[in-house]
Each structure stands twice: as structure tokens, then as C-alpha cells.
Write a protein that binds this ligand. Structure first.
Ligand SMILES: [Zn+2]
Length: 146
């Protein structure tokens, strides 16, 4: 009965399993926009491409049972907002750093971004990019620019 048992009801900014024609499979996406209770546009977390929401059953005849191996397992499949709240609770009491691309951030830093609000640095990438979890979902920001 539940169509998306692992992901919960779709929400803008939340995670959802969707079919990506570029990556050729169902992967975790971020809901970009919704029409009624159905996601309209989604962003693929693998290729970062935006496209219309599609499930695998929408393109081919309904053969849902795909093998459940292959991709790296997600740490936890929850809505971005709930996950954000959990992460925020873990970082309670940490000083808030105002985001600026010139600043250098580290994993678990709590930052305040002018348009996205408060977020937690989830990952520091090598090419001066950080992955920040905001309430609305993950964003990739630049940092350590001089
Ligand atoms: Zn993709």
C-alpha cells in the first residue's frame, strides 16, 4: 500500500527514489518541485541532473523487483528535513559560522548561509567544495577560495 515505504511521503527538498534516464536506474533524488502530492521535478544525486520525476515502472512495463545490490547503501533513508534535525541535535552547542566562500570549513561545522539558513558540513571535498546539509536538502558550496 505504501508506495514509497523507505522514503516517506515526498516533500520538496526531501529524498526520493526516482528513475534517472542518464544514470539508467533508480537512484536517490532530491525533490525539487511537486504537483499536489506527487513530485514533479527531481534532481539526481548521482549526476546532479534535473529532470521530471519518473519511477522505473513509468517507463517500462511494471517489473518492480530489481536486484537490491550494486549501489553503495545510503547511510539512512529519511527525509532531508528529519535528517537535518537529527544532525542539528548532534551538533548542539556548536558555534555558528557565517558562510563565506573565503572561509575554510571542516566536516561537522555548523554554518549559517544567507539564503539556505543553517546547515551542517557533511563532507569536505578536495576541489574546494563542501557538501552541506540544509533543512531543504543537500547543497554543494565552495569554500577556501582566496
Ligand atoms: Zn542521474
Amino acid at each position: 500500500m505504501a508506495e514509497l515505504p523507505l522514503y516517506g511521503p515526498p516533500k520538496v527538498g526531501g529524498d526520493i527514489l526516482a528513475y534517472c534516464s542518464k544514470c539508467q536506474g533508480e537512484f536517490s533524488h532530491v525533490v525539487v518541485s511537486m504537483i499536489d502530492s506527487r513530485p514533479a521535478k527531481v534532481q539526481c544525486k548521482m549526476c546532479k541532473g534535473n529532470h521530471n520525476f519518473k519511477r522505473i515502472g513509468d517507463t517500462k512495463s511494471r517489473t518492480i523487483s530489481r536486484t537490491s545490490t550494486g549501489e553503495s547503501p545510503r547511510k539512512r533513508v529519511v527525509l532531508a528535513q528529519d535528517y537535518w534535525q537529527q544532525q542539528m541535535d548532534l551538533q548542539k552547542g556548536k558555534p555558528l559560522k557565517n558562510y563565506s566562500p573565503k572561509q575554510t570549513f571542516q566536516k561537522s561545522d555548523v554554518i549559517n548561509h544567507v539564503s539556505f539558513g543553517v546547515g551542517i558540513v557533511e563532507e569536505v571535498k578536495i576541489d574546494k567544495k563542501i557538501v552541506v546539509l540544509f533543512r531543504t536538502g543537500e547543497k554543494i558550496l565552495v569554500h577556501a577560495l582566496s
